[in-house]
Each structure stands twice: as structure tokens, then as C-alpha cells.
Write a protein that binds this ligand. Structure first.
Ligand SMILES: [Zn+2]
Length: 264
């Protein structure tokens, strides 16, 4: 299988099965087709079940975090065990089926875990670091991967958080329970709800393709990240979803931008 003009050995796949189910009966059929067609396939396996309340003595300011949210948070340790951890339902049922695939590798990160299958899966997912966000995705981008969006838009494109980092927006700090029940810092990306506003600036990088007759779009990851970073540098407020969003407002501050009049 070669999906149209996608010139890659590795793909990163973001999808909505609601969109793909016109063609596929089960999410596992999508997974089988992708894994049969590409050397390496990667999908997000984010999981927030080990989320812990920020320690009272470690609460950085401008951290995109409403600390008040945690005032009555359950303090029972919920250790992140990569071998049994669940997946956030918003990743979609295809990502869930992919994670359940025999032989899939998963990176050890209590917030931004990634699942990968195939030739370079082990390499991409090895030695993840809780203090960094999306290392496996960065490795895939460096290796020439393409990102495929099936029934989802740029809001689901995690790679744009890497662009955000390149534009000066360091990830936020959150906390999670580790294997030993110890509360540890974990790097967490900002809000992606405004990412579709980048579309007019990035659409030229995408090609139309199809999977089983369903239209999809795809772009070379590294190029996408580098160009998005340049756009964000020029227009720091372009991805801001609203003036009410603390994550977006704090991220804007990290980028050295100010809230422009358009959203007020
Ligand atoms: Zn936001």
C-alpha cells in the first residue's frame, strides 16, 4: 500500500473513526491497513489518569494551570505503568485499537505517551523523558515521517506543539504519579484548540490522498513543524483559542506576544 503521494516510510496518524467508518467496519481494519503499508506507524497514546495535584511548594506562575482546580483533587496515588496504562478516549478508537495491537511499542511518559509499530517503533519510543514533551514524535519528524490527518484537522496535529516550542513556547509543568507512587513533574503541551487558524499558512504543505476510498490529507512532518514555527514567531497570537483560555494566554506570554485586538 502506498497512500497516494505520501512519500514516507513512517507515518504519524491522527484520526476520527466516525469519519472512516463509511469505509471500514472496525478500527482494527484501519490499523491493519496502515501497518501493512508502511514500515513504521505511530499514533498518540496520551493518558491523564495518573495526573496528580500540583504540590503546594511547586506551583510555577504562568503555567497554564488553574491551581484552584486541584483544591479538592483526589490525592490517592495512581501510578503510571506504561505496560498497562489506558488511553485518553479523545485519541480516538483507531488509536485505541492500535495500542492494543500485538507487538506495539509504547513510550514511557505519563502525559504524552506515543505508540509505534514496525521497523523503527522501538527506536522511536525508547527512553522517553517526563521532563520533555513528545520525544518520539520529534524522532519520527527527524527521520522523515509524514503526518496523516483522517477526518480531523490541525487541532489534532500534535506536531504543532513542537512548532510552538521552536517559537519559544516551552511546555507547561504538570505532575503525575510514577511507578513507585512518587509525585513527579511531567512536561505537558499547551492548548491546540486554535491550531486550525494556522491552516491558511500551512495548507500548501498538505497533499490529498485516500485510505480505502476515504479522503485524507498528509504533510511532511519536519517541514510542517519548521514552517509553523516561523508563522507562530511572526504572529504569536495566531493559535490562541480565546481570551478565557489560561493555557493559551500563558503560552502567548511565553512567546513574548501580546493579545491583539481581534479577539477582544
Ligand atoms: Zn486555548
Amino acid at each position: 500500500l502506498k497512500l497516494g503521494k505520501i512519500d514516507a516510510d513512517t507515518i504519524v496518524f491522527h484520526s476520527s473513526f466516525r469519519y472512516l467508518k463509511n469505509t471500514f467496519n472496525e478500527p482494527s481494519e484501519v490499523v491493519a491497513m496502515l501497518c501493512g503499508g508502511f514500515d513504521t506507524v505511530m499514533m498518540p497514546a496520551f493518558c491523564w489518569l495518573s495526573n496528580a495535584a500540583p504540590p503546594l511548594d511547586d506551583r510555577p506562575s504562568d503555567n497554564g494551570c488553574d491551581y484552584g482546580f486541584y483544591s479538592n483533587f483526589d490525592e490517592t496515588p495512581k501510578p503510571f505503568l506504561v505496560e498497562t496504562a489506558g488511553i485518553e478516549p479523545s485519541m480516538g478508537t483507531v488509536a485505541k485499537a492500535f495500542l492494543d495491537l500485538k507487538g506495539v511499542y509504547r513510550s514511557n511518559h505519563a502525559w504524552h505517551s506515543w505508540a509505534a509499530y514496525g521497523k523503527r517503533a522501538e527506536e522511536f519510543t525508547a527512553n522517553d523523558d517526563w521532563n520533555v514533551a513528545n520525544i518520539p514524535l520529534k524522532r519520527a519528524a527527524n527521520a522523515g515521517a509524514w503526518v496523516v490527518l483522517a477526518g480531523v484537522d490541525l487541532r489534532s496535529c500534535t506536531a504543532l506543539h513542537i512548532a510552538e516550542e521552536l517559537a519559544g513556547g516551552e511546555p507547561f509543568v504538570r505532575w503525575a504519579w510514577d511507578r513507585d507512587g512518587v509525585k513527579r513533574r511531567v512536561a505537558a503541551s499547551g492548548c491546540g484548540k486554535g491550531f486550525q487558524r494556522l491552516w491558511p499558512h500551512l495548507s500548501h504543505l498538505f497533499v490529498d490522498s485516500e485510505i480505502g476510498g476515504c479522503g485524507i490529507i498528509a504533510a511532511p512532518l519536519e517541514k510542517l513543524i519548521l514552517e509553523a514555527a516561523e508563522v507562530i514567531k511572526k504572529m504569536p497570537d495566531i493559535t490562541i483559542c480565546s481570551t478565557e483560555c489560561i493555557r493559551c494566554q500563558n503560552m502567548l506570554k511565553r512567546r513574548g506576544g501580546v493579545v491583539d485586538g481581534w479577539m477582544l
